[in-house]
Design a protein around this ligand. Structure first.
Ligand code: PGA
Ligand code: ZN
Length: 425
């Protein structure tokens, strides 16, 4: 059978932070080869699938992934050999059973997700289809509105900001290509404003600027000024999305905004703070405004703000259907962030997305702060059709690779391509 798996191997490569990660290769009986590379987070949710690192301090400070690579070639490859590469769900299930742990800690979620993604890509090549069409079918023609992370703080930068991500959302553009231009022009305008005001323009892990601002709120005001400077309309053309990643500053059931010296806040005080920002800035999406174990807080937060803004759960749900089920039941959010390596297989990621769709929730396909040049999520986003991607700033090639791939897809789709805002304008 030409589409059967002959062998799978993995090698240790580097991610955008210079940390080891995996590239996985799948070879079919007819010689077809496909590969995929695995991203890695820094501000991870507590219940994410387990990223297996060697722990051998003599290499890469213990961060090597040679054990995970060996698990691919010595354990996973023999088990999957002979399976039809187009049977993604069967392949993913076989790996989950082979691993046997609830969080993929035996073989490593990095090993398993790498194989799962490489299987999808190889199946697409074997079928002679682009990946987005292979995974999404003929109807996959919606380009995403990007959330572009232009100011970095928190765990992604050594600066004065408690909040991790301030993103621009060019949802008023007529096409993806134009949205990208709106984003780039705003990013360049922001750079000029920062320079003119004496702030540094060095960038953080996701390519956004990492200035030492006096307050978390100041970043929103700067972004609005940048949007205006380009001649675009704040809110209508380009809106704002935030990911405070509040788990990182959650301490003893409260929130300590220590970098900006804004003091300790309760969960409801945090929600009140965001409510004030919604009055002042064109914010359309708020992710992880509270910590990943503050379920009661998230419920109150969504009740208070959910009709004004998209409330996205990232660390609290970790792309896991068990947590998303609870979130839907408790009205903890109205959207989920979707990261393939948080759960560890393509099939389980699609199950999480299906669950969001059924509940009427939005979903945002996301990169990790440690990325590679693999644009897998660009295709995956178009395949899933949710209309939103979060893939970093407008510089650094590991981020731009995804934008460039989306440009290609838009070009390929031609008149069939759809670009529409998931937000009110
Ligand atoms: P991470 O951050 O990839 O470092 O976990 C991204 C996010 O919090 O959305
Ligand atoms: Zn997040």
């Amino acid at each position: 059978m030409p589409d059967n798996i002959r062998s799978i191997s993995a090698m240790e490569i580097l991610d955008s932070r210079g940390n080891p990660t995996l590239r996985v290769w799948v070879t079919l009986d007819d010689g077809t080869i496909g590969s995929a590379s695995v991203p890695s987070g820094a501000s991870t949710g507590r219940f994410e699938a387990h990223e297996l690192r060697d722990g051998d301090k003599s290499r890469y400070g213990g961060k090597g992934v040679l054990t995970a690579a060996r698990n691919v070639s010595d354990v996973i490859s023999p088990r999957l050999r002979g399976l039809d590469v187009s049977h993604q769900a069967e392949i993913d299930r076989a790996m989950i059973e082979l691993d046997g742990t609830p969080n993929k800690s035996r073989l490593g979620a990095n090993a398993i997700v790498g194989v799962s993604m490489a299987v999808a890509r190889t199946a697409a090549i074997a079928a002679g289809q682009p990946l987005y069409r292979w995974l999404g079918g003929e109807t996959a023609c919606r380009l995403p509105v990007p959330m572009m992370n232009v100011i970095n703080g928190g765990s992604h930068a050594d600066n004065s900001l408690d909040f991790q991500e301030y993103m621009i959302v060019p949802h008023g553009a007529p096409s993806f290509a134009e949205a990208l231009r709106y984003g780039v022009e705003t990013f360049q305008a922001l750079k000029a404003i920062l320079k003119a005001r004496g702030f540094r323009t060095a960038v953080g892990d996701e390519g956004g600027f990492a200035p030492d601002l006096d307050s978390n709120e100041a970043a929103c005001a700067l972004i609005v000024a940048a949007i205006r400077a380009t001649g675009l309309r704040p809110g209508t053309d380009v809106a704002i999305a935030l990911d405070p990643a509040a788990s990182a500053f959650e301490i003893d059931g409260g929130y300590d905004l220590k970098r900006t010296k804004a003091g300790r806040k309760t969960s409801s005080e945090m929600t009140a703070l965001y409510a004030g920002w919604l009055d002042s800035y064109p914010i359309v999406s708020l992710e992880d405004g509270l910590g990943d174990d503050d379920w009661a807080g998230f419920q109150a937060h969504t009740a208070a703000l959910g009709n004004r803004v998209q409330i996205v759960g990232d660390d609290i749900f970790v792309t896991n259907t068990q947590f998303i089920t609870r979130g839907i039941q408790e009205h903890s959010a109205n959207a989920a962030l979707i990261k393939l390596n948080q759960i560890g297989t393509v099939s389980e990621t699609i199950e999480a997305i299906d669950m969001c769709r059924t509940a009427g929730w939005n979903y945002v396909i996301s990169h990790r702060s440690g990325e590679t040049e693999d644009p897998f999520i660009a295709d995956f986003t178009v395949a899933m059709g949710g209309g939103q991607i979060k893939t970093g700033s407008l510089c650094r090639s590991e981020r731009i690779a995804k934008y460039n791939r989306l440009l290609e897809i838009e070009r390929e789709l031609g008149l069939r391509g759809v670009f529409s805002s998931p937000f009110f304008k």
